[in-house]
Design a protein around this ligand. Structure first.
Ligand SMILES: [Zn+2]
Length: 262
């Protein structure tokens, strides 16, 4: 599952390829033919990310809404386009570039009411300048649910996925099982600030990097993390604990992150 930085990076990259241009929209696979026909020939006015959702705005006021889900992917190339690879749900073609979207979880056209409904159900996105952290704080401080789960709940706070959740809590010395209502305001402020900084770095490098000293990686896309899927804590050498939380793997160092008394 891509985390929020991937989608913001896609928005940034695709903006240069498609925004301000008249697009030819098709559905080579055929499952989005009617939608493609409705959008084709219009100017794409803007592309923006909201959490893990990508929105392509079009001149007549509607927007193409994409959520990749677990298996979806973007493929970008320079025009002229080659034959579609695999089941391409949507192909967006400008005079210079082509963007193919395969296997998205959500692919639909939204009108203004639909857009409002979507943005209202998404929590503040740590990568958006208009994000209001107070909205996330209000939900977290009122919740008995663990902070580990709350950070993954896109209606509470948007953009953080499993790796960032694990890493941010370790960096802030907070155990994932701590209930939201037990979190103090200072700790929340630190979580928010760390999430903003780390995800911005993720957009810049198109990769998850949560370590302070960034060793040179041979692969451009290799994640550089502290405890996610690791055996030993880099700070204290204790064993990293692994457990499930809402069906997702989470890791903690029970020395650096003292478990709450339950
Ligand atoms: Zn440790």
């Amino acid at each position: 599952m891509p985390e929020g930085h991937t989608i913001h990076r896609a928005a940034l990259d695709q903006r240069k390829m498609l925004a301000g241009k008249v697009l030819t929209v098709t559905s080579p696979q055929g499952r989005f033919s009617a939608g493609a026909e409705e959008l084709s020939g219009q100017t794409c006015t803007a592309i923006e990310a909201y959490g893990k959702h990508l929105l392509y705005h079009f001149q007549l006021g509607s927007a193409l809404h994409i959520h990749l889900g677990l298996y979806g992917q973007f493929r970008t190339a320079k025009a002229p386009p080659s034959e579609p690879r695999g089941a391409v749900r949507v192909r967006l073609l400008s005079d210079t570039h082509v963007v193919d979207i395969n296997g998205p979880n959500t692919c639909e056209i939204l009108d203004q009411a639909g857009l409002n409904a979507l943005t209202n159900r998404i929590g503040p996105d740590v990568l958006r300048e208009d994000a209001d952290p107070e909205k996330a704080w209000a939900k977290i401080k009122a919740s008995r649910v663990s902070i580990g789960q709350l950070l993954m709940d896109q209606s509470v706070i948007a953009g953080i996925g499993n790796i960032y959740r694990t890493e941010i809590l370790w960096r802030q010395k907070l155990h994932p099982k701590l209930p939201g209502k037990s979190l103090d305001r200072t700790s929340f402020n630190r979580i928010w600030a760390d999430a903003v900084a780390l995800l911005q770095l993720g957009v810049k490098h198109n990769s998850i990097i949560t370590v302070e000293k960034m060793a040179k990686s041979k692969s451009r896309y290799r994640e550089r993390v502290n405890i996610f899927a690791k055996e030993t804590c880099p700070a204290c050498r204790s064993e990293i604990r692994k457990f499930e939380m809402a069906a997702r793997r989470v890791f903690s160092c029970n020395t650096c992150q003292v478990p709450p008394e339950i």
